[in-house]
Design a binder for this molecule. Structure first.
Ligand code: SF4
Length: 428
């Protein structure tokens, strides 16, 4: 009954329940519904906390291998920040071998044509979201407050079902996964490969189960080439795919990500830890207001695993009140405080999974452990070691704006990189 407990006590959604009585007792969807009829956030925490393997995500490995084996398809992969902190766990790979570059080599060994990094589009998300925040902040009366991050599809589902009157508070910026898909099938197809975007098959490797549903949203595709993201694999599926193709990453040399969508900053890699999106956005907002960079670790008070973190920053004489929350039970507590006017913020980061994507529902399962802290520490170490610490200094993102999108929040950026969260419905 751990699925019932995690959903009830930690995520506050009560999707699972005990069905029937006596010897017919079993676990099922509460209120005698199908899972597709429930307002499930699809966070996948029931899967990662199931000790028996009774629950799993939809398996999309075959779909990806069919594309890899199709000579008419150019398979383009993106790998999310949190995957690099955990992918080796499902393969029994020693930590010093489970590097980002060996992960890129392993993806290439599967037959993927271009191995890119979601860190690139996480930087792009920051460019759009930080500028959106400043635009709202300087036209305060035209918007609802606080502004919420929108990069976690589990959280977007939660707010749509539990607090529908607060959907307008969400940033309209798409998640890094969806920004990547839109850019891969527009800029990359047109300007770099000079091919029909229909030839591209875009696959994401994610720590997340909710991203599978996000990629299938009816109003998320803006590159005019079918789905912007054709398939989403969890970290567990990626590991399974490597095993089933008999690839031994320990025998592979490290390789670089492909260019140009393979360059990411340290600000992007911490998206995988709770507080990371806020910290990355504040680094770029500081630059926008001051015209010079802050010390990269100036906003580190938003790090850590406390359920709700609050911090106020003075940037160029402007006070910005922030909150960072992870886990949907903590989120409900915060939302109730906001609704009751017991708390007042300008910018709030929400991640549906306890610990953020580091402990996402698609991550390798380590029975009895919650490894968000260790995985998050790996991501912060990668940030420290990256010579590029600011999203606005990512040369590939700058080139994308110069050659294609013009500037953050331009008309083209709005078409490709923003979405209408009210353009689709939750089941009930
Ligand atoms: Fe997915 Fe990360 Fe949100 Fe969990 S916290 S639902 S892994 S985006």
């Amino acid at each position: 009954m751990r699925c019932v407990q995690i959903c009830d006590k930690v995520q506050s959604l009560n999707i699972w329940d005990i069905i029937n009585t006596g010897k017919r007792t079993s676990v099922g969807v509460s209120k005698i519904r199908k899972i597709t009829e429930a307002d499930c956030a699809l966070c996948g925490q029931c899967i990662t906390h199931c000790p028996t393997g009774a629950l799993r995500e939809r398996d999309d490995v075959r779909k990806v291998m069919d594309a890899v084996n199709n000579p008419d398809k150019i398979v383009v992969a993106q790998i999310a920040p949190a995957v690099r902190a955990s992918w080796g766990e499902g393969l029994g790979l020693a930590q010093h071998m489970a590097t980002e570059k060996r992960m890129a080599a392993a993806a290439r060994a599967l037959g993927i044509d271009y191995v890119f990094d979601t860190n690139f589009s996480a930087d792009l998300t920051i460019m759009e979201e930080a500028n959106e925040f400043l635009e709202r902040f300087t036209h305060r009366d035209e918007y609802r407050w606080p502004m919420f991050t929108s990069c976690c599809p589990g959280w977007v589902r939660f707010v749509k079902s539990q607090y529908p009157d607060m959907v307008k508070h969400l940033s309209t910026a798409k998640s890094p996964q969806q920004m990547f898909g839109a850019v891969a099938k527009s800029y990359f197809a047109e300007k770099i490969l000079q091919t029909d975007p229909e030839n591209i098959f875009c696959v994401s490797i994610m720590p997340c189960t909710a991203k599978k549903a996000e990629a299938a949203l009816p109003n998320i595709n803006d590159a005019n080439a079918g789905r912007d993201v054709d398939a989403v694999l969890t970290t567990r599926e990626f590991d399974r795919m490597l095993r089933s193709e008999l690839i031994t990453p320990a025998n592979l040399e490290e390789e670089e990500f492909d260019s140009p969508l393979g360059t990411g900053s340290g600000a992007a890699v911490i998206f995988g830890a709770t507080g990371g999106v806020m910290e990355a956005a504040l680094r770029t907002a500081y630059y926008a207001l001051h015209k010079e960079n802050p010390k990269p670790d100036l906003f580190q008070s938003v790090r850590g695993l406390d359920g709700i973190k609050e911090a106020t920053f003075d940037i160029a004489g402007t006070t910005i009140r922030t909150a960072v929350v992870h886990g949907l039970g903590n989120t409900r507590t915060l939302m109730e405080r906001i609704k009751a006017k017991e708390a007042d913020y300008d910018f709030v980061e929400v991640m549906a999974c306890p610990g953020g994507c580091a402990d996402g529902g698609g991550q390798p399962i380590i029975e009895g452990q919650e490894p968000a802290g260790e995985r998050g520490a790996k991501l912060y170490a990668l940030d420290q070691n990256n010579p590029l610490r600011f999203s606005h200094e990512n040369p590939s993102v700058i080139a994308l704006y110069n050659k294609y999108l013009e500037k953050p929040l331009s008309e083209k950026a709005h078409t490709l990189l923003h979405t209408d969260h009210e353009g689709w419905e939750m089941p009930s």
